[in-house]
Write a protein that binds this ligand. Structure first.
Ligand code: SAM
Ligand code: SF4
Length: 333
């Protein structure tokens, strides 16, 4: 891409953060994320690692300074470490931060190479420390592997943030313990409200837990001090006085954070979604595979800035169904 006009949307928000999905596939089947019999995309529809690299370079040229690789599970994509290493070489040359969100199952193998590529911080999703509940939630028996992966990441010098989806009647009682565990190991922890994205087996609303309620409960046990700390994402942080650690809240349902949105998402098939909760989309794969990829991509990114909506309209209530038919694992969480 030759144009280097920065990405600014119709609401004058400067877009500097790309969440790039490298695969929709996953080795877990978290119940709130996807059904057990999830239909994955045909491989031919998914961008090659070279195409993902070219896209990422194009975004950096348009002023994207932070890239988060995600999925599905990014570390189940074969040779993904080659992409991570190639993007790592852009750090300090347009790119300020390269990071990823992972379920942690493959970190035992990949933590070292990820750190060697220049990644400093990663997010690891962990909803419970109870083996039986982990198996119930993810439909796989992998807790020990994930905990080994988190330890390997720490040993490799990566700063780990734990992401925990708060689930009523499931991990709700365990959340104070998860905070203590994470902080005692030097990890920040962020709590996330479950979002109505894609059909799953069962009703999400049954397990929806507003973080306002969790915060009230945590305040009975801990002193939460507001913090200005930001990572460029939607999380709002407090410091837990008793542990000294940071605790984040991502509250798409109880507290809308769209006014400060700086993000766009690209699926593994090259569709740019201007908002996680919206259907506004431009296709990048067509232009990327055309005779004029640079011109086509530049025009597609301009169009994305034109259509990015002001805010999402998530709604979670019985019978409402998903706000968007796309699963989080498709859009890239
Ligand atoms: N597989 C990786 C992982 O689990 O970290 C990356 C992709 S996953 C879709 C990214 C994050 O989205 C995870 O923290 C997961 O818990 C969260 N997530 C998935 N579905 C969600 C939903 N419906 N509502 C809220 N968070 C969700
Ligand atoms: Fe896989 Fe992540 Fe979805 Fe769980 S949340 S099924 S680990 S993509």
């Amino acid at each position: 891409m030759s144009c280097s006009k920065p990405l600014v949307d119709a609401f004058n928000r400067r877009i500097s953060y790309l969440r790039l999905s490298v695969t929709d596939r996953c080795d877990l089947r978290c119940t709130y994320c996807m059904p057990e019999a999830m239909q994955f995309l045909p491989k031919k529809d998914v961008l090659s690692l070279e195409e993902l690299h070219k896209l990422a370079l194009g975004f950096i040229d348009r002023g994207i300074t932070k890239i988060r690789l995600t999925g599905g599970e990014p570390l189940v994509r074969r040779d993904v470490i080659d992409l991570i290493s190639a993007l790592g070489r852009k750090l300090g040359d347009g790119l300020e931060e390269l990071t990823l969100t992972t379920n942690g199952t493959q970190l035992g193998e990949f933590a070292g190479p990820i750190a060697a590529a220049g990644v400093k911080r990663i997010n690891v999703s962990l909803d419970t420390m109870d083996g039986a509940l982990f198996q119930q939630l993810s439909r796989r028996d992998r807790l020990a592997q994930v905990l080994q992966g988190i330890a390997a990441a720490k040993d490799a010098g990566l700063k780990v943030k734990i992401n925990t989806v708060a689930l009523k009647g499931l991990n709700e009682e365990e959340i104070p313990f998860l905070v203590e565990w994470a902080h005692s190991h030097g990890h920040d922890l962020t709590l996330i409200e479950v979002m109505p994205l894609g059909e799953v087996d069962g009703e999400r609303v049954d397990h929806y837990l507003p973080l306002t309620a969790i915060r009230d409960r945590l305040e009975q046990r801990f002193t939460l001090e507001d913090s200005d700390f930001r990572t460029g994402g939607p999380s709002r942080y407090v410091t837990v006085k008793e542990t000294g650690g940071r605790l984040g809240f991502i509250t798409p349902l109880t507290n809308n954070f769209c006014a400060g949105c700086n993000r766009i998402r690209v699926t593994a098939t090259g569709q740019l979604y201007a908002c996680l909760g919206g259907s506004e989309m431009v296709d990048l794969r067509g232009p990327l595979r055309s005779d004029d990829p640079d011109g086509g991509l530049a025009a597609a990114l301009d169009e994305a800035m034109r259509i990015k909506p002001e805010r999402h309209h998530f709604e979670i209530r019985e019978g409402a169904g998903p706000t968007q038919p796309r699963h989080m694992s498709v859009t890239g969480g």
